[in-house]
Design a binder for this molecule. Structure first.
Ligand SMILES: OC[C@H]1O[C@H](O[C@H]2O[C@H](CO)[C@@H](O)[C@H](O)[C@H]2O)[C@H](O)[C@@H](O)[C@@H]1O
Length: 538
């Protein structure tokens, strides 16, 4: 209705599903009034009468652990210019920190926002709520900012979501309850535990981590594949529990589906769209059989390299936590599970000719559960940054042994260098320019960080230097874009230093939680000497 009355210019459906009912407004009366709205003016009056503004159900929360310049902040950043800017980015936590208003828990039927027990940090702009995988890099940044209590609140909010829903939701909105996002909760717990030694947090989160693990290995996500030696492996895929338009993008999904004739075909498309949103890569040619046609999304038929990397890490982390809290049998079980997944990743996803890990595509006419017989031709040979994400396991071996040996890490690095992904301002998401936001020429902070952190910790000096080079390009482009726009961006165009990203279904956003987190983590890991240029190279 809003689209019809207001017109398509700058229309973002998410704004309307985020509006809370105004205090005192009656839902039935609002529904009845909506039926009579036809003009732009009437729609504006209707919205003002029945709804409060989007985001007004999140109240500002001055984080008590914020200090303008925390003691021990970025000790290796000597450059005055870099440091002054890092402090500005650090100060953005104050703008992005919120609390869910008490009215949300009191009257959940009047909000799409979900109640959460602790303080939250949102990504920014249209993303007014907590997001799952974004939170990992927010936590990494908060730890650099010494905001341990805020970081803990974020983790406990996600634990609360597992307790309520059985998994961590894509985001804390009722329209996100049908799917999750790349699973990084155990990684957040590990980072916090490593920084603070808070064993109480590990104990508190532990049952939720087990529950979340069951979700990702349940029938919904698990696929059985037999390798060439007759060994059976289990890997996971994304699959949302939804076959309707996403409420936050309903008009966009309906328009796309209007190209299809039958209700069944439309429902299948909606299911694939929501599953792509679960992957965090919404949207990308990675999930499309024809990269120019979004109706060919086949997300649930793809076994993704990065998802299985994250679950392998989750299994390792759970093994470590189980050991810490004296649950020996569980520790052994999860150590075995992570080794089995590691073997599956190496057996089914590794491509020795390309020296990368590749997504595996299942036949689209199957039940997606298996067992399937592995075939080399089913590996997707297209180049994506996710093909290099298993390197990240180098950085977090949790004491269970290295993921890759140094020589293999170096071979993967060379493959990355030759891939076409490495651009002047960072690593591109793919090499195809499709207009989708998770494709070329966009670079995303989390992808830079996962790959650079893996290379930094591979044991090879050459790989470490290459990681530093990637991080340097990223920091510089963030800085130049910040200088020209006054903001941190959700994504960047890696073709040239200082350009923010574009494409996709919504306008580019600023704020921005994970970009701030990665910037601070890079500066902590690399430092910045006083004579190192922070502007774009000429
Ligand atoms: O509103 C459209 C979609 O927006 C989200 O996805 C994008 O933003 C998220 C927050 O930064 C990020 O986690 C995700 O990787 C981005 O692609 C949301 O997660 C989708 O479910 C939603 O449909």
């Amino acid at each position: 209705e809003a689209l019809r009355a207001l017109g398509p210019r700058d229309f973002d459906p998410k704004l309307y599903v985020d509006l809370p009912l105004a205090p005192g407004a009656d839902r039935a009366a609002a529904e009845a009034a909506l039926a009579t709205v036809t003009t732009r003016g009437e729609m504006k009056a209707f919205l003002a009468r029945y709804f409060a503004t989007a985001g007004s159900d999140l109240v500002e929360a001055d984080p008590p652990d914020f200090e303008a310049e925390p003691r021990g902040f970025l000790p290796r950043v000597a450059s005055g210019e870099a440091r002054a800017w890092a402090l500005k980015v650090h100060a953005l936590w104050k703008d992005l920190a919120r609390r869910v208003a008490p009215s949300v828990a009191a009257r959940p039927d009047r909000h799409t926002l979900l109640p959460l027990p602790g303080r939250v940090v949102v990504p920014g702009s249209r993303f007014r709520e907590v997001y799952y995988w974004d939170s990992y890099w927010v936590v990494r940044g908060l730890l650099v900012s010494k905001m341990y209590d805020t970081a803990k609140d974020i983790v406990l909010n996600l634990v609360y979501l597992v307790e309520e829903y059985g998994f961590v939701l894509n985001g804390a909105r009722s329209y996100y309850t049908n799917r999750s996002q790349p699973p990084l909760l155990s990684s957040m717990v590990l980072e916090l535990y490593t920084a603070t030694g808070d064993l109480g947090l590990v104990r508190r989160a532990f049952p939720s981590l087990l529950k979340e693990h069951s979700f990702w290995v349940s029938e919904l996500h698990n696929v059985e594949i037999m390798d060439n030696h007759g060994r059976l492996h289990n890997l996971s895929r994304y699959q949302a529990m939804w076959n309707k338009p996403r409420p936050e993008s309903a008009t966009i999904d309906e328009e796309l589906a209007s190209k299809l004739n039958s209700t069944a075909a439309k429902e299948k498309l909606y299911h694939q769209i929501a599953s792509a949103a679960e992957s965090g890569w919404d949207f990308s040619s990675r999930w499309m059989s024809n990269s120019t046609d979004m109706t060919t999304l086949v997300t649930t038929f793809v076994i993704p390299v990065d998802l299985n990397t994250f679950i392998c890490k989750m299994e390792r982390d759970i093994a470590v936590f189980a050991k810490l809290i004296g649950e020996k049998a569980t520790a052994e079980l999860f150590s075995q599970a992570s080794k089995a997944r590691h073997t599956a990743i190496e057996s089914l996803l590794w491509n020795s000719e390309m020296e990368q890990w590749l997504d595996y595509w299942l036949p689209t006419d199957g039940n997606c559960q298996g067992p399937y017989k592995w075939e080399l031709k089913s590996q997707n040979r297209n180049i994506f940054a996710s093909n290099f994400v298993p390197l990240w396991l180098n950085a977090h071996n949790s004491g269970l042994g290295p993921f890759l040996d140094e020589a293999k890490s170096v071979r993967v690095m060379r493959s990355l260098q030759a891939s076409g992904l490495v651009c002047p301002a960072g690593i591109a998401t793919s090499v195809s320019n499709t207009g989708q936001q998770w494709d070329f020429p966009n670079g995303w902070a989390p992808l830079q960080h996962l790959i650079a952190e893996g290379l930094l910790n591979s044991g090879s000096t050459e790989a470490k230097e290459f990681a530093e080079d990637i991080a340097t390009r990223w920091v510089r482009t963030n800085y130049a874009a910040y200088k020209s726009s006054g903001a941190m961006h959700e994504k960047y165009d890696v073709e040239a230093c200082g350009k923010s990203g574009g494409g996709g279904e919504y306008k580019p956003q600023t704020g921005f939680g994970w970009s701030n987190g990665v910037l601070l983590a890079f500066l902590e890991e690399l430092g910045w000497s006083h004579d190192k240029e922070i502007g774009c190279p000429s």
